[in-house]
Design a protein around this ligand. Structure first.
Ligand code: ZN
Length: 348
């Protein structure tokens, strides 16, 4: 019997984090008897007087939102990080390590329209969101080593407000995931003299099994080591370390590819597709960051329909991450999804 990666259990290595993943493609046929999620009705008004993100509304701390017409950024009313923190005096016991952390968190509204989502927005408006992301990296990067831009979308991801928005958290230290990616990319650079993710993209474009979308400046693929069922990685084709280093063309093409991949996501199950997305770029410090390539991760939790979600429990919490159908199959399903949003062109 010959090994077949679309049929036989195997492990795959993630060179970006140094972690392994268990793939069990033979399990795809097992019956599902677990939890299903309620599909949220997607009938939302354009303006919701009760929404704390809509223009002109008053938030719970009494602040009033600007009557903004495109994007709007404000400091989080309940921030997870604070700017002024006293230094910790003693952390000499290695079993009780503790350090202070300084930071700031902000909310980024993508659009004044309560019922919009990124894939439904015109490309010009998505471009404005990209400009805000870039400006936040410039602004916060002056004082903070790490600026994390991210979005939690959908009830299922714990985001209770459908108003299109993301967040930015900045802190003076590298968080775990970034620390791992930074070390792996640096090690690879020292060993090979080239950038890990640039080499990886070249290899993926050559193999052409997991590429979902491309334009002149960007590619979206399901990584070889994808943990989440329809996880994707968005990579620039030319070497760039941070969002603000993108030129105007690259930003326009980023808006284009974001609209296309997020439309495909929505069309996969004909729902507003939930996910966590985030940007990773070189840290804002004076060290040599030549090993970095800017990229974005999309981690959607949905498994086989709009109501079945992947859980990270049991073996995954206690041993290692696991997936059933292969990343190659996920890429093929995404490739086959239309780039015309189902709300514009409903399925027959
Ligand atoms: Zn990353």
């Amino acid at each position: 019997m010959e090994f077949d990666r679309s049929n036989h259990p195997h492990r795959r290595y993630n060179p970006l984090t140094g972690e392994w993943l268990l793939v069990s493609p033979h399990r795809t046929k097992r019956p599902w008897q677990g939890q299903t999620e309620e599909v949220a009705a997607n009938r939302q008004p354009e303006y919701d007087p009760g929404c704390y993100l809509c223009p002109g509304n008053t938030r719970s701390n009494g602040s009033i939102n600007e009557k903004y017409i495109d994007t709007f950024v404000f400091d989080n009313d309940y921030p997870a990080l604070l700017e002024d923190i006293p230094k910790i005096k003693d952390s000499s016991n290695s079993l009780f390590q503790i350090e202070s952390v300084r930071g700031i968190s902000r909310v980024i509204c993508y659009s004044p329209k309560h019922n919009f989502t990124l894939p439904e927005m015109p490309i010009e408006d998505i471009r404005k969101v990209i400009d805000v992301w870039s400006d936040q990296v410039i602004d916060l990067g002056e004082n903070y080593r790490w600026v994390q831009i991210f979005e939690n979308k959908g009830d299922i991801m714990g985001c209770s407000n459908p108003h299109p928005h993301g967040q930015v958290w900045a802190l003076n230290t590298l968080p775990n995931e970034v620390f791992k990616e930074n070390s792996s990319q640096a090690d690879y650079y020292i060993e090979n003299g080239s950038v890990l993710l640039m080499d990886y993209l070249q290899a993926e474009l050559k193999e052409n099994d997991r590429i979902v979308l491309e334009n002149d400046d960007w590619a979206v693929l399901v990584p070889f080591w994808a943990v989440w069922p329809f996880e994707t990685l968005l990579l620039p084709k030319k070497s760039v370390m941070r969002l603000p280093e993108l030129n105007s063309n690259q930003m326009d093409n980023l808006a284009d590819i974001l609209k296309r991949i997020l439309t495909k996501y929505d069309n996969l199950f004909n729902i507003s597709f939930p996910y966590t997305m985030g940007w990773h770029g070189a840290p804002n410090d004076s060290s040599d960051n030549s090993h970095w390539l800017l990229h974005a991760h999309f981690h959607p939790p949905l498994l086989r329909s709009s109501t079945v979600k992947k859980f990270m429990v049991g073996f995954e919490l206690m041993a290692e991450s696991q997936r059933d159908f292969t990343p190659e199959e996920a890429a093929e399903r995404l490739r086959n999804c239309s780039e015309v949003h189902y709300k514009i062109c409903p399925p027959e």
